[in-house]
Design a protein around this ligand. Structure first.
Ligand code: ADP
Length: 993
């Protein structure tokens, strides 16, 4: 079975492989294909052997089956024989008819089987063995028949005794028969064994053969396939060549006929480039006759700019690097003109492979070239225009997504086209601002649905630097698919960042202007050239309580409640400021009333004019309205106030005027006029010092001039001066000049003011005289009083010394009181004298070195300081201007107090310091004494004011009063700072000038 499968497989493989079938036919054609033949022979032998063996194996099997059958038959005969014997024996001992019949039947069958087996007998050896069987069977059958006869013819016993007596013979025949069976069977089994061995050998040989055959088949198939393929290709090539040759032969025939008649120029050209044959068309094209052209080389008539390329191609043809070439080039015609041609060049080779000639096909492309050049020019122009406008361009196949951008497109976002590759519509989406994509898509969809013809979208693109570039994309669907879908779109891509920023600026400006207009407290209304309201700022809105509404001009007045100054009558159209301005009038501070929707009436000052552009065209009109309700009220109040002021100004007893800083008299009050019998025209506008009052003397005038000058510098000036009254009598006035400052601190005007002080002056003079008299008296009195006092004291002291202890104790005490009182009186008188002297010194102010003054005082107080263990410190005191004696007295009093009012258990420590305060000095005398309670800090400077009893601290209460008087004489002030219990600090100032 296995063998059969293998065979079937191989056979089907061999027979059903088309390649093999084709290959076979090829192999049989190719005698020279040795490999294939050997392979075929080996294959055939192997196949023959295989099939032969296969056949033999089948015969062997058949034979073996036959032998097996024979053995079976022998076994059957033998078994039949044994059965017959059993039945014979049955009859022999039972004499029953049935056993006899059976014996006879078996005996008969036995004979038939043996006879039948004779057909199976083959070969002499078997024949001999069969003969033996037949003989021994016959012997045996005869014997058995004889025994049956005995049994039938005699008694059983007699028969049995005879049969037993024949036992040796029975054994002999039986043994002979059994041997015959055995021999035949042995022979047949031997034959069967032999056949089996042969079969196995055949199987083995065929299996090996199968493998070899398989390998051979694979090798054969592969080799054959390769060889066949090669061969097929070679053959195909050869066939092709033959075909080409055939065609070429045909073409050559056709060529020569068509060559001459060809509509395009044709030429055969030699290796050197010489025209060997030319057709009519070429001659016509170049303007040469055939005779003229043949003999020329193509190099001679080729434009030098094209020659190199042509020669290159020709060489490549010669080198068989190319089979043909095509180029556009220029020939010179006979008349020298240039003609553009398209040249197709091929080389023709002889059968032996040598070069034959070039064939040149020459087509006049001058018209096309010119058209192309024109087109190119136009394209260039367009490109230049596009480049000039700096526009990017794009082409987009909506269906395929194929996209083309120009270099400018890429440049706009800072790239080159190459850097953006591969370019698709996604390139755009990648760089576009994500917030703009949706808008762009919406616009695009409108284009696709045909809702809009053009795609126009401003969007932002990310520049290479990271910033956003505003671009304007405009495009249009230029072609549609058959089923109405958009196909090709073309468009431009323009950088509009600059415009965008300008637009931003404009928007900002507009927003700025609007914001500014809204912040103005002036109402602004604008109408356009048609007289339609265009702008209504916040203040206007607030004035009306109404928003801007486009209504006819006739209705403006009533709609917006524009009233006359009476606040009741509506304005006529021609009176409305905006209408007037629109009509070309120059409206200036026109007072109108506006009634607010709330009913309140505002007074408005309106000014306006036409708006014209730079060419003078009317653009509209603008009116600015200032709400003057408040200022009008204030104005009225001011008028009222001025009236009142004028009344006061003129009716006051003082002379009051108004000067410019340069001294020009602007105004003088009635009092001043009446005083000198003047009218305003006499003095107003004149320099003040030239006015009548001051003409009393040139010194007076000069002093006034310099005083005005000082006042113009910001100083307040006051002095007494005599001026003329109407009778030219000198009258003393207390005169002052008061500067008026503006917010920047500059003097804007000077107020001259004078009041009659003649009486005061007179009174003061007499007072001064009386004072002087008094002082003289006080001085004389105190001086004169001192003399008797001194005597009283001396005599009392004499009395005390001389009679001390001689009188009674009371008398001593009285004397002591008298001495003490007299001494105190002496001091008091000295102090009074000091006080009265202050300011009456006959000395003038001088420079005083305070260090020297204090040094003196140090000497003066040295004993006291020593006794008390006190110190007096001072350092770098200033040099001041003043009267020396009073200044010394000032310090002496203060130092004396500092020592006197020391704390009992603490040595006095006195420090004198000076501080420069620009226009004055500030000096201080500080001690560590008992201090002064805050409630007494002012009174202690009054005369005779004391805080202690004379028992506690002796004194007159005049010391600080003297100090105060001295300081004030020097235009200063004095005060005390103190920490009660830990010391006082007496401060005073002295003006530097
Ligand atoms: P007198 O010293 O003669 O009493 P003054 O006019 O000098 O008079 O002083 C007035 C009063 O001021 C003094 O009675 C004293 O109480 C107080 N006084 C003056 N100087 C000092 C000082 N340095 N410390 C404390 N108290 C002082």
């Amino acid at each position: 079975m296995n063998q059969e499968m293998n065979c079937f497989f191989l056979l089907s493989l061999l027979l059903n492989t088309p390649t093999l079938q084709i290959s076979m036919s090829h192999i049989l054609k190719r005698k020279e294909n040795k490999f294939l033949l050997i392979a075929l022979v080996v294959f055939a032998i192997s196949a023959a052997t295989f099939f032969f063996n296969l056949h033999r194996y089948s015969e062997n099997v058949t034979e073996n089956i036959a032998v097996e059958r024979k053995i079976t038959q022998i076994d059957k005969i033998y078994n039949n024989y044994l059965t017959s014997i059993i039945h014979k024996r049955g009859y022999q001992f039972g004499l029953d008819k049935e056993s006899l019949d059976r014996f006879l039947a078996y005996n008969k069958t036995n004979q038939l089987l043996i006879n039948e087996f004779s057909k199976e007998v083959t070969g002499p050896e078997m024949e001999k063995l069969y003969e033996e069987l037949v003989h021994s069977n016959l012997d045996r059958r005869d014997l058995l028949a004889r025994h049956i006869a005995y049994l039938d013819s005699m008694t059983q016993e007699a028969a049995l005794s005879i049969i037993i007596s024949e036992n040796p013979e029975i054994l002999k025949t039986s043994l002979a028969l059994e041997n015959a069976f055995a021999n035949l069977k042995e022979y047949l089994e031997g034959e069967s064994l032999e056949l089996e061995e042969t079969g196995e050998k055949l199987t083995l040989v065929n299996n090996v053969g199968f493998v070899i055959l398989g390998l051979l088949v694979v090798g054969f198939i592969t080799g054959t396939f390769i060889q066949t393929r090669k061969q097929t290709l070679l053959e195909a090539e050869k066939e092709n060549q033959e075909e080409i040759l055939r065609i070429t032969r045909n073409s050559e025939i056709q060529f020569s006929t068509s060559f001459q008649n060809a509509a395009i120029g044709m030429a055969l050209v030699s290796r050197e480039g010489r025209f060997t044959e030319v057709n009519r068309s070429l001659c016509k094209l170049l303007g040469y006759s055939e005779e003229e052209l043949v003999g020329l080389t193509f190099q001679e008539i080729t434009h030098p700019d094209d020659l190199f390329t042509d020669l290159e191609y020709a060489q490549q043809l010669l080198d068989q690097k190319i089979e043909s070439y095509s180029m556009e080039k220029r020939y010179f015609k006979k008349d020298g003109e240039t003609v553009w041609i398209n040249l197709n060049g091929t080389a023709v080779w002889n059968e032996d492979g040598s070069f034959r000639h070039f064939i040149a096909q020459i087509q006049n492309i001058t018209p096309r070239k010119l058209a192309f050049e024109a087109l190119q020019d136009q394209k260039n122009r367009f490109e230049n225009v596009i480049r000039g406008t700096n526009a990017g361009t794009w082409e987009w196949n909506v269906q395929t997504g194929e996209t083309v951008f120009n270099e400018t497109w890429a440049e706009i976002i800072g790239y080159s086209l190459k850097e953006l590759e591969p370019i698709s519509i996604q390139t755009w989406a990648d760089f576009a601002h994500p917030d703009d994509l949706e808008r762009s898509n919406e616009i695009l969809q409108k284009c696709f649905t045909g809702e809009s013809e053009y795609y126009e979208c401003e969007c932002r693109m990310r520049h290479r630097d990271g910033h956003w570039v505003w671009v304007l994309d405009r495009g249009k669907v230029m072609s549609w698919t058959y089923d109405g879908k958009p196909e090709k779109m073309f468009g431009t891509h323009i950088d509009i960042s600059k415009f965008k920023s300008l637009e931003d600026i404009l928007l900002q400006k507009e927003a700025f202007i609007n914001a500014m207009l809204d912040t103005l407290d002036v109402g602004i209304v604008v109408c356009d050239e048609k007289g339609e309201l265009k702008l209504f700022n916040r203040t206007t809105l607030a004035l009306h309580g109404l928003d801007s509404k486009n209504i006819p001009q006739d209705e403006w007045s009533r709609h917006y409640h524009l009233l006359k100054e009476d606040g009741q009558t509506f304005l006529e159209k021609e009176e409305v400021p905006l209408y007037r301005a629109w009509k070309g009038e120059w409206v200036e501070n026109q007072i109108i009333c506006i009634r607010h929707t709330s009913g309140e009436v505002y007074y408005v000052s309106a000014s306006g004019s036409q708006i014209r552009d730079e060419l003078g065209n009317i653009q509209g009109a603008v009116v600015a309205m200032k709400n003057i309700t408040e200022s009008r009220k204030i104005g009225l109040e001011l008028e009222e106030r001025e009236r009142k002021f004028k009344g006061i100004f003129n009716s006051t007893f003082q002379f009051i005027g108004f000067l410019d800083p340069d001294g020009t008299l602007v105004e003088a009050n009635q009092t001043a006029m009446d005083f000198a019998g003047l009218k305003p025209a006499d003095v107003v506008g004149k320099k003040f010092w030239d006015c009548y009052w001051w003409q009393i003397s040139t010194e007076t005038q000069e002093k006034l001039r310099s005083a005005i000058h000082q006042a113009a510098q910001g100083e307040f000036i006051q002095y007494e001066v005599a001026v003329w009254d109407k009778e030219k009598n000198p009258v003393t006035i207390l005169f002052n000049l008061k500067p008026l400052f503006d917010s920047a601190g500059e003097v804007t005007a000077i107020i001259p003011e004078g009041r009659l002080v003649q009486e005061i002056v007179d009174a003061r003079k007499s007072l001064e005289e009386k004072n002087k008299e008094l002082e003289r008296f006080a001085s004389v009195a105190s001086h004169d009083l001192k003399e008797p006092l001194r005597m009283i004291v001396s005599f009392l002291q004499l009395l005390e010394r001389k009679y001390k202890g001689q009188l009674d104790e009371k008398a001593d005490q009285y004397i002591h009181f008298a001495v003490d009182a007299a001494q105190r009186m002496n001091i008091l008188i000295s102090d009074l004298l000091d006080f009265s002297k202050v300011g009456n010194e006959n000395t003038t102010k001088e420079e005083i070195d305070l260090n020297l003054i204090i040094k003196d005082q140090e000497g003066y107080f040295s004993q006291l300081l020593n006794e008390s263990g006190g110190t007096l410190d001072f350092a770098s005191l200033p040099i001041i201007t003043g009267k020396k004696v009073p200044i010394s007295l000032l310090f002496r009093n203060l130092i004396a107090n500092a020592i006197k009012y020391r704390k009992p258990d603490l040595p006095p420590k006195i420090t004198i310091e000076g501080k420069d305060c620009v226009d004055h000095w500030e000096l201080s005398v500080t001690d560590n004494g008992i201090g002064v309670d805050s409630e007494y800090r002012e009174v202690i400077f009054e005369m005779f004011k004391r805080l202690h009893t004379k028992q506690e601290y002796p004194g007159t209460g005049l010391g600080l009063a003297v100090c105060k008087k001295i300081v004030e004489q020097h235009n200063g002030k004095i005060w005390v700072e103190s920490n009660p219990g830990s010391g006082s600090s007496f401060h005073f100032t002295l003006r530097k000038s």
